[in-house]
Design a protein around this ligand. Structure first.
Ligand code: FVH
Length: 295
């Protein structure tokens, strides 16, 4: 039977989720804190608690606090239902919400959305989930309406962890682009033109990330494709060129620090992937102990 779905939050993302559900033939009830926001055609907009009619309740609000503010008064009404939280929440926040839900007899699945609102329902959208396996399996077809759906295990914080790890890579990549665009501006090269060039370059080199990851996982940096000493010379030159162009060194200086720390520890001849070791404490060595259960 087609499950009825409630979407709490009609911001840009909540609206995109509700629209995708309706387009796929799922009846959707929606709620928004501030009435009068546009909602998708065909959605039934109700106040709380009347909106909590769906057997599946999808939450897409601003932050962790807004979830409690919205759901706490109606925890009793949610008992026996499944809640999928797609609000961006830190891993500890997702685990706290899972505990809160368990305490009220609510099934809880947490999700991270790797997409912007216009991407929802399209081929590029990817959503990461963790928490209740039963909810993920029961409502998998509904969740796949939004984009590809991947389950990361029973720890409700895991989807959020992977989400934020990917976003850390995205934002530092953006910062690298801003740095490069600032370097070439005095030479009269517009940021848009540099962006096209940078996109091609980043795409060309991104394929090496899994192999770099394998070196990190092995913990064996002794046979380098590119040594830290070599990388350090390149970073020194990049710092020099940045200074010459009058560009702040916050971004590339931080990267050079990662290399400097490993070289100071005597690892100059080791592979450049060893910079990873500057970021993680010895307690976080791989593989974690005890080894994680197979998914
Ligand atoms: N938009 C995006 O690209 C990203 C993609 C990745 C995931 N995020 C997360 O999705 C959550 C919602 O994002 P959004 O884009 O819908 O955000 P807004 O358009 O700003 O809408 C926010 C909604 O939250 C409601 N709200 C705010 N505070 C409260 C509160 N205290 N109690 C109840 N509802 C609250 C707000 O309602 P209103 O201001 O209209 O009354 C909107 O419905 C977010 O976690 C992203 O990180 C999106």
């Amino acid at each position: 039977m087609t499950p009825s779905v409630t979407v709490l939050g009609q911001g840009a993302m909540g609206r995109a989720l509700a629209s995708a559900l309706l387009a796929a033939g799922y009846p959707a009830t929606v709620w928004n804190r501030t009435p009068g926001r546009p909602v998708p055609a065909g959605a039934a907009e109700l106040p709380l608690p009347e909106a909590l009619t769906g057997e599946l309740v999808i939450v897409c609000l601003f932050d962790h606090a807004s979830i409690h503010e919205t759901l706490d008064p109606f925890a009793g009404k949610l008992a026996g239902r499944a809640v999928v939280n797609l609000t961006s929440t830190e891993p500890a926040g997702a685990r706290e919400l899972a505990g809160w839900a368990a305490g009220h007899g609510i099934e809880y699945l947490d999700g991270g959305i790797m997409a912007t609102p216009p991407m929802i329902g399209g081929p590029g959208a990817s959503l990461l989930y963790s928490g209740s396996a039963a909810v993920f399996e029961r409502y998998r077809a509904v969740l796949e309406v939004f984009g590809t759906a991947e389950y990361f295990g029973a720890d409700a914080g895991c989807a959020s962890l992977v989400d934020f790890a990917l976003l850390a890579g995205m934002y530092t990549m953006f910062a690298g682009f801003y740095h490069g665009a600032a370097m070439v501006r005095p030479a009269g090269i517009p940021a848009a033109e540099f962006g096209a060039r940078a996109a091609a370059w980043v795409s060309a080199i991104a394929g090496s990330l899994p192999e770099m990851g394998a070196t990190i996982d092995s913990g064996d940096y002794a046979e380098p494709h590119q040594s830290l000493t070599f990388t350090k010379a390149a970073l020194d030159a990049i710092v020099g060129a940045s200074r010459e162009a009058g560009v702040d060194l916050d971004i590339v200086g931080a990267v050079r620090n990662l290399a400097d720390r490993q070289i100071a520890a005597g690892f100059g001849a080791h592979s450049s992937e060893r910079m990873f070791e500057s970021l993680t404490p010895p307690a976080a060595r791989w593989p974690p102990s005890p080894a994680p259960a197979a998914r």
